[in-house]
Design a binder for this molecule. Structure first.
Ligand code: SAM
Length: 431
């Protein structure tokens, strides 16, 4: 059996059955399965995940029973087969069908004839599949075409209008690429570019942030010795940019109230030349272990971690910080290119309660800011209710804070993850 497709199958089953995050499932299965072409596996897994609703719409056209009644294993093999047939030009038709049947023999015993039949019917009649009529049901049309839950499409249309929503949806597909942050404690940008190039990686400088490099060619950068010795970290440009906006200075005291897995904490420590102090808390102790592990890889010694629920006031930190980071839990709708499973979440009551929790965390975090200090709020979402509306409500209740800089990164405009950041200052005169 082809190890590439088997690895892709296992990763997709992890996401479907165990609800694993796609990036974690994929990396895990690539390490275990040792496929000959990790890039083929990534392309297939992300292609299937990004187009799941469209693929199911197509499959539904060629089966008589309700798609909901199919076993997950049958559905995953069918989605993989249709994706290869319809969207992977490098895969010949016979290979897509034969390899799907081989997978079915192992994982969908007794169903290989059915799977073979559906794939062959698709080859013969693919043009008979129609999308929902745009003029009759716009939301359903966009939802199927771009594979995104209807409630998200509806919410974006409300907030951004139809044209922008379609741009956002188009940009929620396709490989976002890898961005790395130069660890300025151990190397410089020019030096790292030279060393990576010597090892056959191709990188180019980010246009968004000072310490960012975009990896344009080369596999296995995270297995390279340069990574192991802490010369760089993986971080999206927009996330890195928030720390440039925060502008922490050497010697300052920083508090990061939702710190794990440590991307912003450690970027701040590097920017501070590892001088000063950063208190990094998170509700999950096990996640803080990742922050400590990363700190030691990067040679950062100014970070102190402890578990804390950010909705509760920690009296030890009251008015102690020069800058406070509140990078709050959010819906993640800005990172659906990396985690396509987010697009298919059902709208749960948990979603509606996010802004309340975010405001609670921000209000508690504001109590740690010294007079004249900075409070910075951020999310990886493009949902205005979790961004601008939370800030509006916070400022209504806290007249001693005012906005210094506010930025919404949009994937279709900035070509980064969708990210929101609002830097505020605590003004002395009003206290
Ligand atoms: C967006 S992530 C933070 C990412 C991190 N700042 C970074 O740059 O790597 C939000 C974090 O908030 C944490 N969290 C959720 N609820 C919390 C709470 N009530 N108190 C503290 N942390 C919480 C989650 O465990 C998660 O690690």
């Amino acid at each position: 059996m082809d190890a590439n497709r088997k690895t892709a199958y296992y990763a997709l089953m992890d996401v479907e059955s165990r609800k694993s995050y796609s990036n974690i499932a994929l990396n895990h299965q690539i390490i275990c399965g040792r496929p000959s072409s990790p890039s083929f596996v990534r392309g297939l897994v992300y292609g299937v995940l990004e187009n799941k609703m469209l693929l199911d719409h197509i499959i539904g056209h060629f089966i008589t029973n309700d798609i909901e009644k199919l076993k997950t294993s049958d559905l995953v093999v069918l989605r993989m087969g249709i994706y290869q047939l319809g969207y992977m030009k490098s895969v010949p038709e016979y290979a897509a069908v034969n390899e799907s049947v081989v997978l079915a023999k192992k994982f969908c015993r007794g169903r290989e004839g059915f799977i073979n039949g559906v794939l062959r019917a698709y080859i013969r009649n693919k043009h008979s599949v129609k999308l929902p009529d745009r003029s009759i049901d716009l939301i359903k049309y966009l939802s199927i075409k771009y594979s995104c839950s209807e409630w998200i499409v509806e919410m974006w249309i409300d907030q951004y209008g139809v044209d922008t929503t379609e741009e956002i949806l188009k940009n929620s597909q396709g490989n976002p690429g890898l961005c790395i942050r130069v660890n300025t404690l151990k190397t410089g940008k020019e030096d790292l570019i030279r060393r990576l190039t010597e090892r056959s990686f191709e990188v180019k400088e980010s246009q968004v942030c000072d310490s960012g490099l975009l990896v344009t060619k080369g596999n296995g950068i995270l297995e390279d010795q340069l990574y192991k010795s802490g010369l760089f970290s993986v971080q999206d440009e927009s996330s890195m940019k928030t720390i440039e906006i925060l502008d922490p200075q050497p010697g300052e005291m920083i508090v990061d109230v939702c710190a794990a897995p440590g991307g912003k904490t450690l970027a701040a420590a590097e920017r501070m030349s590892n001088r000063g102090q950063i208190i990094a808390t998170d509700i999950y102790l096990r996640k803080l272990a990742l922050v400590n592990k990363e700190a030691s890889r990067l040679g950062v010694s100014i970070v102190k971690t402890w578990p804390w629920d950010a909705t509760k006031v920690d009296s030890e930190l009251l008015e102690k910080a020069d800058r406070v980071i509140a990078d709050v839990p959010c819906s993640g709708l800005g990172v659906i290119r990396r985690k396509p499973e987010i697009k298919y979440k059902k709208k749960l009551s948990e979603f509606n309660s996010l802004p309340v929790k975010q405001l609670e965390i921000l209000s508690v975090a504001s109590k740690y800011v010294k007079r004249g200090g900075v409070l910075q709020y951020s999310t990886c979402t493009i949902n205005k209710q979790e961004n601008q509306n939370v800030i509006k409500e916070f400022l209504r209740k806290n007249k001693n804070f005012s906005i210094v800089e506010e930025r919404q990164f949009m994937p279709h405009i900035d070509l980064t993850d969708g990210f929101y950041v609002c830097k505020m200052v605590r003004s002395d005169s009003l206290i």
